[in-house]
Design a protein around this ligand. Structure first.
Ligand SMILES: [Zn+2]
Length: 364
């Protein structure tokens, strides 16, 4: 049987892999996120429309601050509320608070900083619009640098937030990391463990470029079944081998640069003077959507590639992968729209792919 393409999902129902009760619990867990997304979009829309209305009544100054407040509030408040819900309310089925209060506060402040900063750049641009000190190209390049910078420093900040420490040299995991890195012709990465209190789930991620690679694994994964650890490390090292982090950051950079440039050009043509902020926000929101879908699609292809490579270098039973999906904030049955927007294939699809790549009859 030929291998399925990494570009397209294997059609499969999650009911083949997860019980109705597990899927229901997962949906309950994710409902606040969906509610927050709807509230955020609605808030943005109403804020922008209200600003427009004020501009129409020759109240441009109030309109400015109205729009800024509405967008900032719409972006941040529901998200903060959803995060608080997620991080601190113990979900009945999974029962884990996965991020420490310190990490939560820093992450929230970081998000506010990024979003507030982007808004401030927009405002500065618009205030300078008559003098045109910042050209469209300059602003687009500045915006495009954001994903590159965050790809460079972000993972290191996350390591600090999760209080990562080196895994003791006598731990078996070092052999897996060295063997899997050698299989991909990579130098042996540094292996660190994420602090249990700040990262409760079973998960791992990688950072760095060729000479400075780090594999970070959670305590739960490190102390779990050996085969699962090897498989997850194999998946992560494939991301390093194919430089997925770098390519994703470049793709995000191009997408943001083009979105900002297009939004500025279109908004300037559609409306002049103080009407630009609402137009800018609306145009940027429309232009960015197709890019988001393409980026998510590319990310899912990278994940399928990493899954397949891990299966080849560190085979594992689908039952163990299932435990992994159940342990860490699972969305076992994402709605169709969420699948298109997701950076990872749906758990059911990943399990199906694993089952198809293992030799012999499936036990399921
Ligand atoms: Zn991955």
């Amino acid at each position: 049987m030929s291998e399925p393409s990494i570009w397209w999902p294997i059609p499969v129902s999650s009911s083949r892999w997860f019980s109705e009760e597990q899927r229901r619990a997962s949906r309950r867990y994710h409902e606040p996120i969906q509610r927050a997304a709807v509230m955020r979009s609605t808030g943005q829309l109403f804020g922008v429309l209200a600003a427009w209305w004020l501009i129409d009544r020759n109240q441009p100054t109030i309109a400015w601050w109205w729009a800024v407040g509405a967008v900032l509030g719409a972006v941040t408040l529901p998200r903060v509320a959803a995060d608080a819900w997620h991080e601190f309310v113990h979900e009945p089925r999974f029962g884990i608070a996965s991020v420490s209060p310190a990490a939560f506060v820093i992450t929230t402040v970081g998000r506010l900083g990024v979003e507030g900063g982007l808004l401030a750049i927009g405002l500065a641009l618009l205030r300078e619009a008559d003098g045109a000190r910042w050209s469209t190209a300059g602003v687009a390049c500045a915006a495009a640098a954001v994903p590159l910078v965050s790809a460079l420093v972000g993972p290191r900040v996350v390591l600090i937030l999760h209080r990562a420490v080196d895994v003791p040299l006598d731990h078996e995991a070092h052999h897996h990391v060295a063997a899997l890195a050698a299989a991909h012709q990579l130098p042996t990465p540094r292996l660190v463990e994420l602090d249990q209190a700040s990262f409760e789930g079973a998960n791992a991620y990688v950072t760095g470029q060729r000479s400075d690679l780090t594999v970070a694994v959670s305590h739960r994964l490190l102390s779990g079944p050996d085969a699962l650890l090897r498989h997850v490390v194999g998946h992560e090292i494939t991301h390093l081998r194919h430089r997925h982090l770098l390519w994703s950051a470049l793709a995000a950079s191009v997408s943001i640069g083009v979105t900002v440039a297009a939004a500025l050009v279109i908004a300037t043509r559609l409306a002049g003077g103080s009407a630009r902020l609402p137009v800018l926000v609306l145009v940027a929101a429309c232009v960015s959507q197709p890019f988001r879908l393409v980026l998510a699609w590319l990310s899912r292809a990278n994940e399928r590639l990493a899954d397949r490579s891990a299966m080849r270098h560190a085979p594992i039973s689908p039952e163990l992968i299932k435990q992994l999906h159940l342990s860490d904030r699972p969305l076992l049955e994402p709605p169709r729209l969420a699948r298109w927007q997701s950076s990872h294939p749906a758990p059911g699809e990943r399990l199906e792919a694993a089952a198809r790549s293992t030799d012999g009859p499936s036990v399921f």
